[in-house]
Design a binder for this molecule. Structure first.
Ligand code: EAX
Length: 326
């Protein structure tokens, strides 16, 4: 009898194992700061689709858009702690966790999208991703936020002099803050979830973000002037919590890497489409667009802070980034 019972138990065990993928199907929590229709939402959806396809439905992603899991700094912290599984974030606060990322936040470093992609997907970018585990995080891929543009309520900014004295919200990022300080702007670091209200109430005069973000966050409702400064390329990252990553098999890690690549590709396509088509839309929404910005003057005005960055990050490393694709 005992013998039979054991056999029956073994048979049951096999049955359970065969059904394991369905029983164990895991849904991961992914947070980001924008609406589901944004480049982050499009990227998250593409990643989810690819992950389901590769894992036969074993793994999937539940999205928490619009800061539902907190601001970007809080979400990255959550990934470190294991309370957030996945995050799509700008590099804004990431350099506070992984200092090696900060070099990518230097203004006027990337010439265009092609250059940025070549650097980030190439040796230099992959080396930076490789540093994340030393800081309690895992980054799967570089996504994209886009080239940032200045908006404000006071003046049509064309030159650095026009921007002097403006109170501008910056990300919680020491490289961005140093650059804006150099321009004579009053940089006010602030988490993104607080920004709309701060613009509405006049706590700050302006902010800067890629066209896709300005559209998604509906900043046209609270900002008058849009200057096409394209002063800094803003990368995004797809981060996974080590608490999830460390439990994955090599095969599963492969699925996540491939899914993140699909997400990053879709994110870039959407961010670039927004940058192309979104300016006309923002104009329609009532913004005054300044397209003849003197970008060379902005770059020149930053010369002293570029010298500081060279000391901090190494002129050779900055040159290596600039040299990619030349
Ligand atoms: O990631 O904080 C920012 O300005 C970011 O660009 C925005 O949250 C999108």
């Amino acid at each position: 009898m005992r013998f039979h019972g054991l056999l029956a138990g073994a048979a049951l065990g096999v049955g359970l194992l065969a059904a394991a993928p369905a029983l164990d199907a895991a849904e991961l929590k992914l947070g980001y700061s924008l609406a589901p229709t944004s480049h982050y939402g499009v990227g998250a959806t593409a990643m989810d689709e690819k992950l389901r396809e590769l894992s036969g439905g074993e793994w999937s992603i539940k999205q928490f858009p619009a800061n539902a899991l907190g601001g970007e700094r809080e979400m990255v912290e959550g990934a470190q702690l294991g309370t957030v599984d996945l995050v799509i974030t700008s590099t804004g606060p990431v350099g506070n966790f992984v200092p090696e990322v900060l070099i990518t936040d230097i203004p006027f470093l990337f010439r265009d999208y092609e250059h940025a992609h070549a650097v980030l997907d190439g040796e230099i970018g992959q080396e930076i991703l490789g540093q994340f585990p030393n800081h309690g995080l895992v980054a799967l891929a570089w996504g994209e936020n886009g080239f940032r543009n200045l908006t404000n309520n006071k003046v049509a900014v064309k030159t650095p002099e026009d921007a002097e004295g403006l109170k501008i919200r910056t990300m919680e990022n020491q490289v961005h803050m140093a650059a804006f300080r150099e321009l004579g702007v009053l940089p006010t670091p602030m988490a993104f979830p607080e920004l709309f209200t701060a613009l509405q109430q006049g706590t700050v005069d302006g902010q800067e973000n890629p066209i896709g973000v300005i559209l998604s966050a509906k900043f046209a409702q609270v900002q008058k002037y849009l200057s096409l400064t394209n002063h800094v390329y803003s990368p995004a990252l797809i981060i996974i919590s080590p608490s999830v990553w460390d439990g994955l098999s090599d095969e599963e890690k492969g699925w996540f890497n491939e899914a993140a690549k699909a997400g990053a590709k879709a994110m870039r396509e959407k961010a670039e489409a927004d940058a192309r088509d979104g300016v006309a839309e923002l104009e329609k929404q009532g913004m005054t667009v300044v397209s003849n910005v003197d970008r060379a003057a902005f770059e020149e005005a930053l010369a002293p802070v570029f010298a500081e960055f060279a000391k901090k990050f190494g002129q050779d490393r900055i040159d290596a980034i600039r040299a990619v694709g030349n």
